[in-house]
Design a protein around this ligand. Structure first.
Ligand code: KIV
Length: 308
């Protein structure tokens, strides 16, 4: 039997994330240091990162993040698609299973890919159930605000916790005309406030705010009772998420300005491969110490056979 929900084993659950709301709703919010580790409620900021395979899942989980997201950015950063739209449910399930095997403590959230929840609601619920049942996800993420209200409520009704995602939702790239910061006009900001309220009212346990002005993210964060998790949305959010490959220098495409780079793993891989190729070509690899040897007895007998 799984011990995932035993109190005190360090496993992070959906209720734990809900309790991690740092910025309590507006009127009582007097602390003006928005980037602080602990918010008004004394809770620590929520740390979320993507992972798409077993080794990165283990590393990210063992480093102590709160939420591991198998994001549909998988399509671009790992599978080499031009955008997230071609990614299928089966591809997402395959990678979510691998991540599941590497994550022990963090909450595991899987993204619902484009097309998996845009038509018939019952099919959308069936697709979400597959992430829980077949891949071990503990929650799903759904892009979209007001227009997803009914679906989010239906998923919650089916016991599937939902993380919302509003602002620059990459699955809407054609409708947006590209990847642009959202919510910059009064009308657009009002719409995002309505989207955030709708996602909360529908029963989501958290919401990702992507590429929106800091001031708007702060307003949404102070209004909602569920945690906001920002990506390009400023420091006032209750938590932050980044695409792992962006932050470790392993994304080969454009990286947005908010994607702070903490390591250059891409460069490290290039250096290692170049050095290996040179060593092979120059006969420096493998060395004797990297080779297996016969025992002296077998060697003698082999030589004797050759001589006779
Ligand atoms: O797919 C993804 O990685 C995401 C995060 C950027 C939030 O949706």
């Amino acid at each position: 039997m799984s011990t995932a929900f035993d109190a005190g084993n360090g496993k992070i659950t959906v209720p734990d994330i809900l309790r991690r709301k740092t910025n309590v709703p507006s009127s009582s919010n007097q602390n003006s240091d928005p980037g602080r580790d602990r918010g008004e409620s004394g809770q620590r900021k929520i740390v979320c990162l993507t992972a798409y395979d077993y080794p990165t899942a283990r590393l990210v989980d063992e480093a102590g993040v709160d939420i591991v997201l198998v994001g549909d950015s998988l399509g671009m950063v790992v599978l080499g698609y031009e955008n997230t739209l071609p990614l299928t449910v089966d591809e997402m399930l395959h990678h979510t299973r691998a991540v599941r095997r590497g994550v022990r403590k963090a909450l595991l959230v899987a993204d619902m890919p484009y097309g998996s929840f845009h038509g018939d609601k019952n099919e959308a619920v069936r697709n979400a159930v597959r992430f829980v049942k077949e891949a071990g996800a503990e929650a799903v993420k759904i892009e979209g605000g007001e227009r997803r209200m009914e679906l989010i409520a239906q998923l919650v009704e089916a016991e599937i916790p939902v993380m919302g995602h509003i602002g620059l939702t990459p699955q809407s790239m054609h409708a947006f005309g590209g990847f642009r910061v959202q919510g910059k006009t009064v009308e657009a900001a009002d719409q995002l406030l309505r989207d955030a309220r709708a996602v909360e009212a529908a029963g989501a346990f958290s919401v990702v705010l992507e590429s929106i002005p800091r001031e708007l993210a702060a307003r949404i964060t102070s209004e909602l009772r569920i945690p906001t998790i920002g990506i390009g949305a400023g420091p006032e959010c209750d938590g932050q998420v980044l695409v792992l490959h962006d932050m470790i220098g392993l994304s080969l495409g454009h990286t947005p300005k908010f994607a702070r780079r903490y390591a250059n793993v891409g460069e490290a891989i290039s250096h290692a491969v170049t050095a290996y190729a040179e060593d092979v070509r120059e006969g420096r690899f493998p060395a004797d110490a990297e080779s297996y040897h016969l025992s002296s007895e077998v060697r003698e007998r082999l030589l004797a056979v050759r001589r006779s």
